[in-house]
Write a protein of this length. Structure first.
Lengths: 242, 242
DNA sequence: ATAATAGTGTCTCTCAGACACTATTAA
DNA sequence: TTAATAGTGTCTGAGAGACACTATTAT
C-alpha cells in the first residue's frame, strides 16, 4: 500500500480510504425495498460480482462535501435529486476492505419511484436491483454491508414509530389513506384509521394540495409535506408497549 | 490539484484526511459541561491556541477501528475507559480544515467525573477545560467544531426526553433523587417526582444495589444500570407538547 | 340501488402529571 | 421533638385506540 507523503506539516502518515455508501429505500409493490448494485466482475476488485450498497470513493475534486457525494451517487443510480437524505453513521476499521484501512460514511435515503419508471430499474437490471428488505439476507453482500443495511433498517423501523418519515416514500402529493398504507407496509402491521388521521393532521406537517381521485370510491384530499428538509416527530410512539 | 492514475487497482487518487473528535459531556457543579482542549500554539498548526474538541487523526497502525480511536482519545484526556460512547455523525468537506479535504467522525461520550478527581481537570488546566454548555459560544472554537458541538447538544437534549441517557452521567451506583436531579440539570426544568420514579422503575433498566446514605435524611435505595451497553427508551417524551 | 373508498363521532381505558400524603434518617 | 430527605397513594385530565357511523364517488 502506498502512502501519500508531504513536507511541511506532519501529514505524512498513511491515510485511510474514504468512501460513501447510500442505503436507498422505496416502497414498491406494497413492500419496503432497498436498491442494491452488482460489483464489477473484474477480479482485481474486491468482492467481484457480489451485490452491494451503491457507493464509492470520495472524489476530492468533484465532491464538495460528504453529503454532496451521497447525493451524487443517489442521482447517478436513481435519477432522484431531491430525496430525504440523512446520515446513518460511519464504519471504519482495518479489515472491512481488503485494499486497506477504510472508513465509509453511510447515508440513508427515502425516495419515491414512479410506477411507470422502467429504466432506472423499477424491476431491476443486470447490475442493479430493488430487493425486499426481509429477503435481503439471501444475498451475500460485499464488505460489511450486511451490518450497514441492518442498521439502516433498524433505524427506519424505529423512526417510523414516532416520525413522519414514510411520507417521503410517496409522490409529492398523496392522500391520507395512501400514507397510512405506507406506514403499514413499513411497520408490518395495521394501524387504526381514526387514530392515524388524528395523529397526522395534528402533527401539522402536511398541507392540503387539492382533491385526488382514485379509480373507485370517494375522492380524497391530497396532501403535500410542508417542509421537505425535516421530518416531524410525534410525542408518542405508535403503539404503546404492553 | 494532483491526480495520479495507475494500472492495477485504481487507488492512486488523493485521499481525504481522516480524524475523530469526541464530545465529552459530564455534569459538574450542577451544570452540564463539555471538555475542550487547547490547540498547540505552533503557528504551523491550524487554529493555533484556539479551543477545540478533543480529537485527532486516525492512526492506521494503532487504531483497529474508528470506535477504538474515539475510546483511545477519551481515555487519554479523561482516564475514563468504560463510558457511554455513541457515534454522533461525520462532517467532511473541502474547506473545514485548511490542510485539505478532511472528514471527521464525531463521537459523543457521557462520563462521570468524581468530585475528588483534580488532575484530569475537574476544574481544568492550561490545555483542557470543562465548559458549561450554555457558555460555550463565548469560546471561538477551531474548525467546524461549533456545529459539531451544537449537534451533540441538540442530540443529547432530544434524547434525554425519552431515554435513560442521564444515568450514564452518574457514578456506577446512584439513587433515584440523584438521577432525577441529573435529568433536571440536562433538561433545564423540574420534573414531577412521582411521575419520574414510576417512569424509571417501569422502564426496567435499573437494578437495586443496596442502600445509600446521604448526609441528611432518609436513606435511599441505590441503583445500578442493568446493561451499560445500551440506553433504555421510553414510549413517550417527558412532557407532551402543548 | 350497490360497492368501494374517504372521513367523522363517540366512548373507553390507560397513563402521565399534580400534589398531598406517609416513612425514615440525623441531630 | 424538628428538619431534611425518600418514597407512596390518589385523583384527574388528555389523548390514543376501538369501532361504528356517515359521506361521496363510479357503475
Amino acid at each position: 500500500m502506498k502512502e501519500i507523503r508531504s513536507r511541511a506539516n506532519n501529514l505524512d502518515f498513511e491515510r485511510p480510504l474514504v468512501t460513501v455508501d447510500v442505503v436507498i429505500f422505496s416502497v414498491l409493490d406494497d413492500a419496503l425495498k432497498v436498491l442494491l448494485v452488482r460489483r464489477p466482475d473484474d477480479a482485481q476488485e474486491p468482492f467481484p460480482g457480489r451485490w452491494a450498497l451503491p457507493g464509492g470513493f470520495v472524489n476530492v475534486e468533484k465532491d464538495r462535501s460528504l453529503e454532496d457525494c451521497a447525493a451524487r451517487k443517489l442521482k447517478e443510480k436513481t435519477g432522484v435529486s431531491a430525496p430525504y437524505l440523512e446520515q446513518l453513521g460511519s464504519w471504519g476499521d482495518a479489515v472491512r476492505d481488503p485494499r486497506g484501512w477504510s472508513a465509509t460514511h453511510a447515508y440513508f435515503a427515502l425516495i419515491h419511484v414512479p410506477t411507470d419508471h422502467e429504466k432506472a430499474g423499477r424491476r431491476g437490471s443486470a447490475d442493479s436491483q430493488w430487493v425486499q428488505v426481509d429477503e435481503v439476507n439471501r444475498k451475500r453482500l460485499a464488505f460489511d454491508h450486511p451490518q450497514i443495511l441492518a442498521a439502516a433498517i433498524a433505524r427506519l423501523r424505529a423512526k417510523v414509530e414516532y416520525t413522519s418519515l414514510p411520507a417521503f416514500l410517496l409522490a409529492e402529493t398523496f392522500t391520507l389513506p395512501q400514507l397510512q398504507h405506507t406506514y403499514e407496509v413499513v411497520l408490518g402491521r395495521a394501524v387504526d384509521k381514526s387514530a392515524f388521521r388524528k395523529r397526522m393532521l395534528d402533527a401539522g406537517f402536511l398541507e392540503e394540495a387539492g382533491m385526488a381521485q382514485g379509480p373507485f370510491g370517494r375522492v380524497a384530499m391530497g396532501y403535500r409535506i410542508r417542509n421537505r428538509d425535516q421530518a416531524a416527530t410525534f410525542p408518542r410512539t405508535f403503539k404503546a408497549v404492553e
